[in-house]
Ligand binder design. Structure first.
Ligand SMILES: [Zn+2]
Length: 78
């Protein structure tokens, strides 16, 4: 569980994750395999990390494979 305090280790891990999972090829391979909710959370993560292009790519590649679905809903129900 992540609290509001981001440790240096977590920041490093997140930066590695964002870099690796923001690659176009990786997104194209994985986005179709994830569920709508998973892609939504992935997009949230990239957006929060200042990578809105990657967030949009996750959603676009997912939707391209699956067709329009729940993941296109952008209602915030936190
Ligand atoms: Zn979907």
């Amino acid at each position: 569980m992540i609290t509001e305090t981001i440790t240096p280790e977590l920041a490093t891990a997140l930066n590695k994750f964002i870099k690796a999972f923001g690659e176009v090829d990786t997104v194209g391979d994985l986005a179709p395999a994830l569920s709508c909710v998973e892609v939504d959370y992935m997009a949230d993560l990239f957006r929060a990390a200042g990578q809105p292009e990657a967030a949009d790519a996750w959603k676009a590649d997912h939707e391209a494979a699956e067709g329009p679905c729940d993941c296109t809903d952008t209602d915030d129900d936190e």
